[in-house]
Design a protein around this ligand. Structure first.
Ligand SMILES: Cc1ncc(COP(=O)(O)O)c(C=O)c1O
Length: 439
C-alpha cells in the first residue's frame, strides 16, 4: 500500500549532533534521507466527503460559494475565481483599467508570472528594484519610474510579507493610477487587521499547489475593490470569449480547506518564530525582516547570511552562500535559491517577441529597456546573500522538523573552516552568472 504516513518520527534534538562531523564530510545527516518528505495539503475524510456532497450541486454554484467564502475571509469587495494565479492577475489588471500599451510598474524580483500577466493584458511591464530589507518593491524606485503612460503599480507581497502598501497607495493616488496587488505568496498576510488581497484597487492571487492555500493543483482568484472594476473584468472575458474559469473540484476542495487555513497559518508562524530564534543564535544566519504591524505568511522563508559574523568576511558572500547551501542540503535541509536573476533578464523580456511581431511591446517602445542584471543592484545583493526554505514551511511542518532545521543551521555555522575550504577549493559563480532559472 502507498502511504504518506512517516516511517518513524524524527529524533528530538541532541546537542552532541550539532558538534559532530558535517554530513558533506562523511558525518551523519541531521535529517535522515527517509524522513525528509513533507506532505501538503493534508487531505481529510471531511475534504473527501465535502467533494462528494459538492457533486450533487450545480458546478457554478460550488465555485461561486467558494469564491464568496474566501472573499469574505479576505475582506475584498468582489471576487472572480480563476483557473490560475496568472489569469487572476491578468483580470485584476484589466479590471483596474489597464489598456493595451499602458505601462505597469512591477518589481524585478518576483516570479515571472507577475510580469507576464502584464503582457497578457497587452501592457508593458516596467521593472524596478526592491527594498533591501523587505525584498518587496521599493516605493522610491516605483516613484522614479512613473511616466505619463503609467496606468498601474503592481507590488508583490514577496514570500508572504506585505509590501509597503501605505507608501505605494499614496504614490498611486498622487498620480491617479491604480494599485494592483500580486498576493500570490500572501494568503492571510496582514497589515494591521487588513488581509492581503484587499489593499489595492484589484489583486490577483495564485491558489496552486505550492501556495499556503492550495486548491489541489491549479487555481487562482482575482479581487476588486469596487463593482465597476469587477464588471470590467467580467465583460472582458465575455467580449474576448476567454474561459479562465475555476474547476468545481478545486473549489469544493478549497471550501473545505478554508476552514483549516487559520490553523495552518498559526502553525507556520509558530515554526517560523522558533526557527528565527535559533538562526539568530548562529551569528551567520538571520530570519526574515518583518516590519512592525505586518503579519508575514511565510510562504517562503528567506534567510540572510552575514559571513563576517563567523570570521569569513574576507570571502565573497555569494561563495559562502553556495558552500553553506551544499552543506545544508547534505544535512537534509532542502534550502534553495528561488530565482537567480532579475526577471527582466529572462528570455521573454530580452527577446520581447510577445504575441508576435513584438506586440504589445511595440505599442510603447519608449517604455522598453534592454536590462542588464546590474540595473537592479539590491536584487543582486539579495540573491548573492540569501537562501530560501520553500515547500517545507508551507506544510505545517511538525515541531521536531523545525527543531531539526534549527540544529542543521547551527551545525553548519559552527564550521567556518569547512565553509572556507569549500570556497577555496570550489569555483562558485554569482547566482545571475548561471543560466536564468524560473523558481
Ligand atoms: C509571485 C507569483 N505571482 C504569480 C504566480 C502565478 O501563479 P500560477 O502559477 O497559479 O499561475 C506565482 C506562482 O508561483 C507567483 O509566485
Amino acid at each position: 500500500m502507498i502511504t504518506d504516513f512517516p516511517a518513524k518520527p524524527l529524533p528530538l534534538p541532541d546537542p552532541a549532533e550539532t558538534g559532530a562531523e558535517l554530513a558533506a564530510f562523511g558525518g551523519g545527516a541531521i535529517i535522515p534521507k527517509e524522513l525528509r518528505r513533507t506532505v501538503f495539503p493534508v487531505i481529510t475524510k471531511e475534504d473527501v466527503f465535502n467533494l462528494m456532497l459538492a457533486q450533487r450541486a450545480k458546478p457554478e454554484r460550488v465555485v461561486a460559494d467558494f469564491a464568496e467564502a474566501y472573499r469574505s475571509y479576505v475582506g475584498a469587495g468582489y471576487a472572480l475565481p480563476t483557473a490560475s494565479g496568472t489569469s487572476s492577475l491578468h483580470l485584476a489588471l484589466v479590471g483596474a483599467g489597464v489598456q493595451p500599451g499602458d505601462e505597469v510598474i512591477v518589481p524585478a524580483f518576483t516570479f515571472i508570472a507577475t510580469a507576464q500577466a502584464v503582457v497578457a493584458a497587452h501592457a508593458v511591464p516596467v521593472f524596478v528594484d526592491i527594498d533591501p530589507k523587505t525584498y518587496c518593491m521599493d516605493p522610491a524606485a516605483a516613484a522614479a519610474a512613473i511616466t505619463g503612460r503609467t496606468r498601474a503599480i503592481m507590488p508583490v507581497h514577496v514570500h508572504g510579507l506585505p509590501a509597503d502598501v501605505p507608501a505605494l497607495r499614496a504614490l498611486a493616488d498622487s498620480h491617479g493610477i491604480a494599485l494592483v496587488e500580486d498576493a500570490s505568496h500572501a494568503h492571510s498576510a496582514k497589515i494591521g487587521d487588513q488581509v492581503a488581497g484587499s489593499f489595492g484597487d484589484a489583486a490577483g492571487q495564485s491558489l496552486m499547489a505550492d501556495k499556503n492555500f492550495p486548491l489541489g493543483g491549479e487555481g487562482g482568484i482575482a479581487f476588486f475593490k469596487d463593482g465597476a472594476s469587477h464588471q470590467r473584468a467580467v465583460d472582458y472575458l465575455e467580449r474576448h470569449g476567454i474561459d479562465y474559469g475555476m474547476s468545481w473540484v478545486a473549489a469544493a476542495f478549497g471550501a473545505s480547506q478554508l476552514k483549516r487555513l487559520p490553523y495552518y497559518d498559526e502553525v507556520r508562524a509558530r515554526n517560523a518564530a522558533l526557527l528565527g530564534e535559533a538562526l539568530e543564535g548562529t551569528g551567520l544566519f538571520h530570519a526574515p525582516y518583518v516590519p512592525q504591524g505586518h503579519t508575514h505568511a511565510y510562504n517562503m522563508y528567506r534567510i540572510t547570511l552575514t559571513p563576517d559574523a563567523i570570521g569569513l568576511g574576507d570571502l565573497p558572500v555569494y561563495a559562502v552562500k553556495e558552500a553553506v547551501h551544499e552543506l545544508l542540503v547534505a544535512e537534509g535541509v532542502p534550502a534553495r535559491e528561488w530565482q537567480n536573476t532579475p526577471i527582466p533578464c529572462h528570455l521573454p523580456f530580452r527577446h520581447r517577441g510577445g504575441f508576435g511581431n513584438g506586440y504589445p511591446f511595440s505599442l510603447n517602445p519608449e517604455a522598453v529597456r534592454d536590462h542588464r542584471p546590474e540595473d537592479f543592484p539590491v536584487t543582486l545583493g539579495m540573491l548573492d546573500s540569501t537562501l530560501v526554505l520553500c515547500r517545507e514551511l508551507r506544510a505545517p511542518v511538525e515541531y521536531e522538523r523545525a527543531l531539526r532545521y534549527a540544529d542543521a543551521f547551527t551545525k553548519v555555522a559552527r564550521r567556518p573552516d569547512a565553509i572556507r575550504k569549500l570556497v577555496t577549493d570550489g569555483s562558485y559563480r554569482r547566482p545571475y552568472e548561471k543560466a536564468a532559472r524560473l523558481g
